[in-house]
Design a protein around this ligand. Structure first.
Ligand SMILES: C[S@@+](CC[C@H](N)C(=O)[O-])C[C@H]1O[C@@H](n2cnc3c(N)ncnc32)[C@H](O)[C@@H]1O
Length: 479
């Protein structure tokens, strides 16, 4: 598979992040790759890098073999027959072979003709179809736009939705390599729970009863990357639509069993949500609730696409409105080139005000270079969102939370704009709205959406908030 190379980092080109040893060990344990059950079982790491998994796999195989009296040529023959690796990068592949050679040397074994090949897994996967007892690893995370010829990728059924990623295709490949009782275990981005790109994959995992175990690593990032990851264990022999759900304890580097959960409880509206059964049942009710929009609406604040031009501490008053930065709750001023009905004012009218004329002239080129909505003029906001609601009563709210103390809910009188966050349109008074939002339930709900941000924060969308408010209000009032 051709990959655009010249300007991209190694991570972006080959999706290369190395798996730390404690995660490797946990994944092998979760998959059941331990004890004498591993003898004469085929195992594949299909994007093996420098052999993070293979080194531990070989060590486990040798340990068990030696303790069962399997040594010498018999052990060598078994290592060659049952342990498999594929890696696209020649250098990494060589490092991997050197690493597994060093492992077997500890057992007095020096010449193994490893089945570890330097190849593109997409090309050679067919040679392993239906043969593996275990497929394990950390597949490459590469967005399709970083692949120069993604025709190869697009032929996979899991790659049909949205902007796909190579790790999603590696699920299809890995599953195809398994025999009818085979077990697959990958660590990969937690976007597999909710991205559009993984829609078909998620549906397939459910309809084929594949998911056996899930470890939500939440905010813990095992790689030097800003990716949030999860571990999934799939089994072709899994009969029941239930999964074991685990969380990761970052402090003790331990995986903790939380609950046994039904597919029908965690697969909600096409996405996966993970928690104990009690919280899952609440989130299930909220997610399947259809908001009536009679008491609330929730929308995104202004998107000017050039905030430092439109938002400032202006020392004149014409066409200036107060504005709340929802992310901080801070009030400032905004140049608002619209009338009371939200219609864009003529440029000539606005620029009769000298400081406005000067400002527009100075920033004309930069304003024109924004990627504007088709209908927008160069001197307008970049997007139309929020403009029509300026003259309505509303509440600005931030979208990054860890706990109740992080919520910034700011009442905005008619005439006040909102940017950098959301706003809630409602006739409820501040205390009523506050009593719905400043609760552990709301924080728990936002955490369960699984939209992780750095620093232990979670985010949510206008739709998420609307569903929550409408559901909780209906619950409270019995409407
Ligand atoms: C996320 S890294 C994981 C490396 C190793 N498995 C680990 O866990 O430390 C993914 C690896 O996949 C390799 N890779 C990328 N595309 C590949 C392909 N089409 N076929 C085989 N290997 C590939 C990269 O070179 C990289 O070494």
């Amino acid at each position: 598979m051709a990959i655009k190379a010249a300007t991209l980092t190694t991570e972006k080109v080959n999706g290369r992040y190395y798996t730390p040893a404690h995660i490797v060990n946990s994944m092998l344990d979760l998959s059941g790759y331990c004890g004498s059950a591993i003898l004469e079982k085929h195992i594949m790491e299909n994007s093996c890098g420098d052999g993070a998994f293979l080194a531990e796999i070989v060590r486990r195989y040798c340990d068990v073999s030696v303790s069962c009296g399997v040594v010498g040529d018999v052990l060598i023959a078994q290592l060659e027959r049952y342990i498999h690796g594929i890696e696209i990068d020649e250098n990494e592949c060589q490092k991997c072979i050197a690493r597994v050679n060093a492992v077997v040397a500890d057992y007095g074994v020096f010449v193994v003709d490893w089945n570890i090949q330097c190849a593109d897994t997409l090309t050679v996967a067919k040679d392993f179809k239906g043969k593996m007892d275990f497929v394990i690893g950390n597949p490459p995370y590469v967005r399709v736009h970083n692949l120069s010829s993604y025709a190869d990728v697009k032929q996979y059924s899991f790659a049909q939705d949205g902007m796909t990623d190579l790790y999603i295709v590696f699920y299809e490949i890995g599953l195809s390599m398994l025999n009818k009782h085979g077990v697959l275990c990958y660590i990969n981005p937690s976007s597999v729970f909710n991205s559009v790109a993984a829609n078909t994959a998620r549906r397939h995992f459910i309809s084929e009863n594949l998911i056996k175990k899930v470890v939500d690593l939440k905010h813990y990032q095992p790689f030097e990357a800003t990716t949030y990851t999860t571990i999934l264990v799939m089994s072709k022999g899994n009969k029941k639509p239930v999964a074991e759900y685990y969380e990761y304890d970052d402090k003790y580097k331990e995986i903790i069993h939380i609950d046994t959960i039904k597919y029908s409880d965690f697969y909600i509206n096409g996405s996966y949500y993970f928690a104990d059964n009690k919280s899952l049942s609440t989130v299930g009710c909220i997610m399947s609730h259809l908001p009536k929009r009679t008491v609330f609406d929730v929308k995104n604040g202004f998107a000017t696409l050039y905030d430092s031009f439109f938002i400032d501490d202006f020392d004149f008053e014409d066409y200036i409105i107060p504005i709340v930065k929802a992310s901080t709750g801070r009030m400032t001023k905004c140049l608002f080139p619209y009338d009371n009905k939200g219609n864009l004012l003529p440029y000539d009218t606005l620029t009769k005000v000298q400081p406005i004329r000067k400002r527009y002239e100075q920033h004309r080129e930069r304003l024109k270079s924004r990627s504007l909505e088709k209908s927008e003029y160069w001197y307008a906001f970049g997007r139309s969102q929020g403009i029509q609601d300026v003259h309505k009563k509303k509440y600005a709210i931030n979208t990054l939370l860890r706990d109740v103390g992080d919520i910034k809910l700011v009442p905005c009188n008619p005439g006040v704009g909102v940017y950098s966050g959301l706003y809630v349109l409602t006739e409820l008074d501040y205390d009523e709205l506050k009593s719905l939002l400043f609760t552990d339930d709301f924080i728990e709900y936002v955490a369960m959406l699984g939209k992780y941000k750095s620093g232990g924060y979670y985010t949510y969308s206008s739709k998420d908030l609307l569903k929550y408010l409408d559901y909780k209000y209906a619950e409270r009032t019995g409407e």
